[in-house]
Design a protein around this ligand. Structure first.
Ligand code: NAG
Ligand code: NAG
Length: 363
């Protein structure tokens, strides 16, 4: 999959996107944020507003990169993986790629039956504009901006989208997203699709890691991974992760799209739409003793245990295989546009969608 890139990345991008003279002026780059001590840093690219690396220490001061990814921008552009990207306009699945909004049926661009992560060229496969970049200091940050156009992948109306990644003390990474509908009502559901491995991206599978998801209910799906519409209790099922649980003890008991492992949306306990942060999930690696706690303000979180990951050549020669990472994608419920009983994702002109998540690392 990884191959030598004979062209400069900007040229490659233009070949990939057939961009015109104007778009060609947008360049894709890598932006680093680093704390003062130098032991906590991230790299971001404006291709897909992607989190390329997150480097954190352990108790012995050993630094590790705890997200999966590629070494080069060309691989992000060419690759089919969503490693670290921001997915939208609507993350997750929309049944049949269609829904009814204000009495009108909207048909999204689709390849198969389901539209996943906003379509084949969603927000994870476009060039964002770097609005602000403060690489160092007490709270380094970067703000990325994307103007999604009316009809993009079939979605109605123009949409202004901002994503800000910021580091703060002690070892907190926050991602703040907002989106403003400019002229038509539209669903909006953004998510960050980082593949976390707190043992280090190249440390093998996460089956020995301990996970906790603070959710008493989940949204069961049918064989095509579309929610049935139920919001069912986890109690008495293998989906109950309210107490810290080794992933390896559960992955064989659950499956998604015919593959063993978690690929399911949870209804986060205590969510009431007030915009307050709530603890959503935690992952701990007993070997390195590194841990990640995720706080967010969204109704749901998709837990995906990289069930389909196989032989992907990643950073520094690492090869990523099945269960090589966990994705904890805070967001609205999947296919909410077709389930009136799920929290609405419709944003009307002038309204603002907001999503705040904080990844807290400890060791
Ligand atoms: C999707 O299409 C199937 C048939 O292919 C139909 O049974 C189902 O009701 C449709 N779902 C929605 C949400 O439109
Ligand atoms: C969205 O976020 C950006 C960047 O932080 C900010 O400048 C803008 O005011 C925000 N938009 C709204 C409507 O809050």
């Amino acid at each position: 999959m990884a191959r030598a890139a004979p062209f400069p990345v900007a040229l490659l991008l233009c070949l990939a996107l057939a961009c015109g003279a104007d778009a060609a002026r947008k360049t894709v780059g890598v932006y680093e944020l680093k704390n003062k001590k130098g032991d906590f840093s991230i790299k971001v690219t404006n291709w897909g507003a992607t989190l390329m690396s997150v480097i954190v220490p352990d108790s012995k001061g050993n630094l590790a990169d705890v997200v999966l990814g590629y070494d080069t921008l060309a691989e992000y552009v060419d690759g089919s993986s969503a490693f670290g990207t921001v997915v939208g306009r609507v993350a997750n699945r929309i049944a049949n790629g269609s829904f009814v909004l204000d009495g009108k049926t909207i048909h999204l661009n689709k390849d198969g039956t389901t539209v996943l992560h906003g379509g084949h060229r969603g927000f994870n496969r476009v060039i964002w504009t770097v609005k602000e970049y403060v690489p160092s200091g007490d709270s380094p940050y970067i703000t990325l901006y994307y103007r999604s156009f009316n009809g993009e992948q079939g979605f109605p109306g123009d949409l202004d989208v901002y994503v800000t990644y910021q580091l703060s003390s002690p070892y907190h990474l926050s991602a703040r997203m907002n989106a403003t509908a400019l002229n038509k009502a539209t669903p909006v559901n953004l998510a960050n699709h980082a593949y976390w491995n707190v043992g280090g991206h190249g440390s093998g599978d996460v089956l020995g890691q301990v996970i906790q998801v603070l959710a008493s209910r989940y949204t069961p799906v049918d064989r095509s991974m579309i929610p049935t519409g139920e919001v069912a209790p986890v109690s008495g099922t293998p989906y109950d992760l309210r107490a810290p649980t080794p992933l390896g003890s559960r992955v064989r008991l659950v499956s998604g799209a015919g593959m063993a492992g978690f690929d399911i949306n949870y209804a986060v306990d205590g969510w009431d739409g007030d915009g307050g942060l709530r603890k959503v999930a935690a992952v701990r690696d007993p070997a390195s003793r590194r841990a990640l706690e995720l706080w967010a303000d969204q109704p749901g979180v998709q837990l995906y245990t990289s069930n389909w990951l196989s032989g992907v050549k990643g950073k520094g020669g690492a090869v990523y295989g099945q269960y090589g990472a966990v994705c904890l994608e805070t967001q609205g419920f999947p296919d909410a546009v077709n389930h009136p009983n799920f929290p609405s994702q419709i944003v009307r002109p002038g309204q603002v969608y907001r999503h705040h998540m904080v990844f807290k690392f400890s060791f």
